[in-house]
Design a binder for this molecule. Structure first.
Ligand code: DAH
Length: 345
């Protein structure tokens, strides 16, 4: 056998063996390739080695030297491939499948119900247990329901255009809608008291929770839109003592037994007497809203007889209740839609 042929066989073998080792994607692959090329009985290197004996005698030393070099090259190619597979570990797999199960995943962010909505749901539940059902009213309201029927006549300061978002409909004088056709974004949920009583005969036992609007500059305790919970109970023999008990039950159900409720004398056109409602929880008194006994004029405006029935009513700020519960000191946080804030509830 000519030396040149023998050397050509060796060159071909090392090229094929290296390619096969490199292509191996796992240790099983690599082991199969090892057996094919370096197998002790019938590996291809073994076969080529048989040719060594047939090489012309003077060429034998050169052929043998080359054979040993090629054998080392193939062995070290095998070793490299083995290292690549074990060091790469899963990375070796990633190259071929594009998926690496060992890399930590990105947790999908779960949505949360907005804290104000959570509070609305909880208050609805608490009042539901006291027999109050939810009534809804429109956010764009007419002058009758926002003012007239609530005993707030045209000359009353609460109708000032600086305190209300009037819609530019109907006849306006100095920014105030006159008579028929005036509309505004409701400034209080007390409007729903009128709507509820217009629809039903007494007894009435409703709450209404929703948005109200006032042109206040936003600061830590004000926002041009906020939420109120309104309550109304009209029946025979309803008294101020009922009002206090209901508000106390409301407060202790929401905050816990360590809560106190106090009334301070006040004035609202639609209640007589009227009070401001403060609640104390963990030694901090906070004003949550107003309340009182429904004014006889209001009962008359919806066709009820104030000699027959009496009513209690209250209106509390939902942001305040929610902020107090969670120790939030700036109500603007509720409306920034910053998920880092909202995620906590
Ligand atoms: N509507 C009043 C306000 O927005 C709160 C209020 C006071 C509601 C007394 C009532 C009430 O039902 O009886 O400031």
């Amino acid at each position: 056998m000519a030396l040149a042929d023998f050397l050509a066989d060796l060159d071909e073998l090392v090229a094929q063996a290296s390619a096969a080792f490199e292509a191996a994607t796992d240790t099983e692959d690599l082991e199969a390739a090892r057996i094919e090329f370096l197998g002790a009985k019938s590996g291809r290197l073994k076969n080529v080695q048989k040719g060594l004996g047939k090489v012309d005698k003077p060429d034998k030393p050169a052929a043998g030297k080359r054979f040993n070099e090629i054998k080392k090259q193939i062995e070290s190619a095998l070793e490299d491939a083995g290292k690549r597979l074990s060091a790469g570990g899963a990375k070796g797999v990633a190259k071929t499948t594009g998926f690496d199960p060992t890399v930590p995943g990105t947790r999908p962010q779960l949505g949360h119900i907005h804290p104000i909505t959570q509070t609305i749901e909880e208050l609805t539940d608490i009042m539901g247990r006291l027999g109050f059902t939810v009534t809804e009213g429109p956010e764009v309201e007419d002058l009758w329901h926002n003012f007239e029927a609530l005993n707030i006549p045209l000359a009353h300061p609460a109708r000032d255009p600086l305190d209300n978002f009037y819609l530019a409909t109907g006849k306006m004088t100095a920014g105030v809608p006159q008579g028929e056709g005036g509309w505004l974004l409701r400034s209080q949920t007390s409007t729903v008291q009128i709507r509820a009583m217009e629809k039903t005969k007494p007894p009435v036992r409703i709450i209404s929770l929703g948005r109200v609007y006032r042109p206040d500059t936003a600061d830590a305790t004000h926002y041009p839109m906020f939420h109120q919970i309104e309550g109304l109970l009209v029946d025979r023999h309803v008294t101020m003592a009922d009002l206090k008990s209901i508000l106390h039950l409301f407060a202790s159900s929401f905050f816990g037994d360590d809560v106190d409720v106090r009334f301070r004398p006040s004035f609202f056109p639609f209640t007589e007497p009227s009070v401001e409602v403060d609640m104390s929880w963990h030694d901090l008194w906070i004003e949550f809203g107003g309340a009182g006994m429904v004014d006889p004029n209001v009962l008359r405006s919806v066709g009820y007889d104030p000699e027959e029935v009496s009513g209690l009513a209250f209106g509390l700020g939902i942001e305040r209740v929610c902020a107090r519960r969670h120790g939030i000191t700036d109500i603007r946080e509720f409306y920034k839609n910053d998920v880092r804030f909202l995620h906590q509830f």
